[in-house]
Design a protein around this ligand. Structure first.
Ligand code: TYM
Length: 346
């Protein structure tokens, strides 16, 4: 061995990138809440993490879906993820039902989820009340499937809005229980909430979260709304009668608009208050509308182009499914072995 080789410094092992995973249901065009609370951040995380994102079509079956609409909305949701800046060259993007490990591990985890803990899920209680004629078993075991989505990929962080934190806590509990019984199989993931905008509220009722399923379209901004529609919706946003732009506990409508404005412009609340000192809500709402419309413009344009290129979308989700199947298959094989299922002969 030459001297040179002997004295060569030991190269530091490059640190392995942490894994990020998240999903979104294809139950309609994403809202500004979905975007600010989740999807916008997903794009920003791509440089520093190994990112896996998917369209959670199996989860959407917990509410009755029209088959033709579901097909259309799943493709649109996939296109929206790309349009919003998720780059399939950098991130793994796929459709949940294309990767069979999800349903399989979902079942296995349902057998390790307790009735009591599932009964405590607030989203289950809300949705069961809203769809009283269809309180199906899938709605109840929804969190077990979500745990499977996450645990299959050994995710470190799960970037979500505030409404998903209870499901993340559940995921950690199930993973812990499983690891305790069968040995260490799953990594325990952490929720990753945005500093601001983890819960964007309805424009018509700032006590409620902005939601795709709200029957009043004025309550939400869809990320494909055109400029006029966005301006109109912000102008009719419910605020208060004080006409003073400032962030305060008793001003939920203004707080919500300030959060939205702050996220899209990068301005602090203090800067926003100074900017609108002595001005009325009309000026403020116009500024919020303009900033949001500008932020969403590239998404509208990208989406219009992508949705016309079905072949590209199909090729991209096929590529994603193949990779996701390989990665998730490794965890699933371990799980199957641990719990005593015979090795799959195929
Ligand atoms: P979904 O489709 O309801 O919402 C997708 C993401 O958007 C966030 N979000 C919001 N954030 C801020 N303000 C709002 N008003 C708002 N509304 C929605 C949600 O918190 C979410 O991050 N169960 C999930 C989908 C899912 C999933 C997963 C997520 C399935 N498997 C595994 C993470 C990991 C859901 O229904 O999200």
């Amino acid at each position: 061995m030459s001297d040179e080789k002997m004295t060569a410094p030991v190269e530091a092992k490059p640190e392995k990138k942490k894994i990020i995973l998240s999903g979104i249901q294809p139950t309609g065009i994403f809202t500004l809440g979905n975007y600010i609370g989740a999807v916008r951040n997903w794009g920003q995380l791509q440089e520093d993490y190994n990112c896996y994102y998917f369209v959670a079509d199996l989860h959407s079956l917990t509410i009755r879906q029209d088959p033709a609409d579901l097909r259309k909305q799943s493709l649109e949701a996939f296109a929206l993820l790309l349009a919003a800046g998720i780059d399939p060259e950098k991130s793994l993007v796929f459709i949940q039902s294309h990767v069979r490990s999800h349903a399989e591990l979902g079942w296995i985890l349902a057998c390790n989820s307790m009735f009591g803990e599932l009964s405590r899920m607030t989203q289950f209680k809300d949705k069961a009340a809203k769809h009283a004629d269809n309180v199906n078993a899938g709605l109840f075991t929804y969190p077990s499937l979500m745990a499977a989505d996450i645990l299959l990929y050994q995710a470190d962080y799960v970037p979500v809005g505030a409404d998903q934190t209870q499901h993340l806590e559940f995921t950690r509990n199930v993973a812990n229980r499983f690891n305790g019984i069968y040995g260490n199989v799953f990594k325990l993931p952490e929720a990753f909430l945005p500093k601001e905008g983890a819960k964007i509220m309805s424009l018509q009722d700032p006590a409620k979260k902005m939601s795709k399923s709200d029957p009043n379209p004025k309550s939400r901004i869809s990320i494909l709304d055109d400029e006029d529609t966005i301006m109109r919706k912000f102008r009719s946003a419910v605020t208060d009668s004080e006409a003073h732009v400032c962030y305060r506990d008793d001003k939920p409508g203004i707080n919500n608009l300030m959060t939205i404005y702050s996220v899209v412009t990068g301005k602090t609340y203090g800067q926003i208050e100074a900017e609108f000192e002595g001005k009325g809500y009309g000026d403020f709402k116009t500024a919020v509308g303009e900033a949001v419309s500008e932020e969403l413009r590239p998404i509208r344009e990208n989406f219009a182009r992508l949705i016309g290129d079905k072949a590209y979308l199909e090729e991209t989700y096929k590529m994603g499914a193949e990779r996701a199947e390989r990665i998730s298959g490794r965890t699933l094989a371990k799980v199957r072995k641990k719990i005593g299922l015979l090795a799959n002969p195929f």
